[in-house]
Design a protein around this ligand. Structure first.
Ligand code: FAD
Length: 401
């Protein structure tokens, strides 16, 4: 049986490896659009950008594991009836197909040689070259990627301004009552944070200086910010455009709408990682999770089910972010209306926050509190009811009521 995996990022690579770990003896073909050996993305905005590591390649012996890597090869279309994948290097037949094409960063309209995205190894190398001491760096977006890019740029001695359209950082992910306090992290690091400021465009050349080849970031309120480099971190969308016409059902965010076994609407085709969404029985909603742990956990389930298994995928989502010298970790899924409990003073060096629904914890955010994270994650997994008074006391260990 030939299993083709499309996309050689974390989800695709882990699926291919899991197929072998789970005993598949037939062909495994792993197709990746990028020319590079498969690599991990989180280090790109951390050690690779800082110059502590040159690359973040996976340490996997692909030939030794019987995984045929087809790099620099892009899937261009799919005919699930004939079970044929179209690629820029010709058609490939498959018995099972796993879609793991990840996400693409959202760009701002217009072109500028000084504009950088941060999704690929090549992006990180190009941006690193621009992060020289004293360079004026404008980061558009105070989300996870923007905060990490600002952290590294500052550590490398750049002058950093972060421009965010929302009134607070991380507005898309966390409530304002939590993120308001994070403004201080930017100030303390010497990063200027401009919130409520929308970017209208980026043009080459600094309109305020003669002969300077930089760029100008134009804010919609008329402000002009000179920049030697502009990092755009305003989100990512599932990379699924190539499936147009295939009949594979997408959700309203453009993610492949998988079922709770990570199967798509086409027979023999599964989807995993950033490109897919799945129904969560645990949280009673469809989740699209753009984080590393989902790519790793989901891959094992996708592999098992590609081999005929019936494993349900219903994780407690988890991610981490390293920003402004802090380890920020989040597990679970909260929504408006859940009860928010603070554990510790948000001005302190470490604290956490917990969301309860009907007395049961549904999500947890920790800042430099690894013990809360480990214990809280177990409570989320087990759906253990908590005494809210004890849970809000940071001196009391998180544990079952
Ligand atoms: P991807 O990693 O996007 O891989 C998909 C691959 O498919 C890509 O290599 C792409 O080139 C390829 N592809 C796309 N279309 C095609 C096609 N048509 N044909 C063939 N190949 C194709 N998460 C965390 O939890 N913590 C972090 O600290 C963190 N840091 C991050 C830092 C950065 C800079 C980035 C970009 C992401 C970070 N993430 C982090 C998110 C995490 O890396 C992603 O969730 C994870 O990489 C998703 O894996 P994936 O395999 O689904 O997608």
């Amino acid at each position: 049986m030939r299993i083709v995996v499309v996309g050689a990022g974390m989800a695709g690579v882990q699926t291919a490896v899991a197929l072998r770990d789970q005993g598949h003896e037939g062909e495994v073909l792993l197709l990746g659009a990028e020319p590079h050996q498969p690599y991990d993305r989180p280090p790109l905005s951390k050690d690779v950008l800082l110059g502590k590591a040159e690359h973040s390649r996976f340490d996997i012996d692909f030939p030794g594991r019987g995984i045929e890597l087809l790099l620099g090869r892009r899937a261009t279309g799919l005919d699930p009836v004939r079970r044929v994948l179209g690629t820029d290097g010709g058609e490939l037949e498959y018995d099972r197909l796993v879609l793991a094409t990840g996400a693409r960063p959202v760009a701002l309209p217009g072109q500028s040689a000084r504009r950088h995205l941060l999704r690929t190894h090549d992006d990180a190398v190009a941006l690193k070259g621009a992060l020289r001491p004293g360079a004026r760096i404008v980061v558009v977006g105070a989300g996870w990627i923007g905060a990490e890019a600002a952290t590294v740029a500052r550590r490398l001695g750049c002058e950093v301004t972060v421009v965010e359209a929302a009134p607070v950082p991380l507005a898309g992910a966390l409530p304002a009552e939590i993120t308001e306090g994070m403004r201080g992290w930017y100030a303390e690091a010497g990063v200027e944070l401009r919130t409520g400021a929308a970017v209208g465009g980026i043009v080459d050349g600094d309109v305020r200086l003669e002969g300077d080849p930089g760029a100008t970031v134009l804010l919609t309120d008329g402000t002009e910010l000179g920049a030697d480099a502009v990092v755009v971190g305003i989100g990512a969308r599932p990379d699924t455009g190539w499936l147009d016409g295939s009949g594979i059902v997408l959700d309203d965010r453009g993610a492949i709408a998988a079922d709770d076994r990570l199967r798509t609407s086409a027979e023999g085709v599964l989807a995993v990682g950033d490109c897919a969404s799945f129904p969560s029985a645990r949280y009673r909603t469809r989740l699209m999770v753009h984080h590393w742990d989902n790519a790793v956990q989901g891959a094992r389930v996708a592999a098992a089910n590609a081999l005929g298994g019936e494993q349900q995928y219903d994780p407690v989502p988890y991610f981490w972010s390293e920003q402004f010298g802090r380890m920020v970790q989040y597990a679970g899924h909260h929504r408006p209306g859940d009860t928010l409990l603070r554990r510790g003073d948000p001005e302190a060096a470490d604290w956490s926050a917990l969301w309860l629904r009907d007395g049961v914890p549904v999500a947890l955010l920790t800042v430099d509190r690894p013990r809360d994270l480990v214990q809280g994650r177990r409570l989320l997994e087990r759906r253990t009811p908590l005494d809210p008074v004890l849970a809000a006391d940071p001196a009391v260990q998180l544990k079952a009521a």
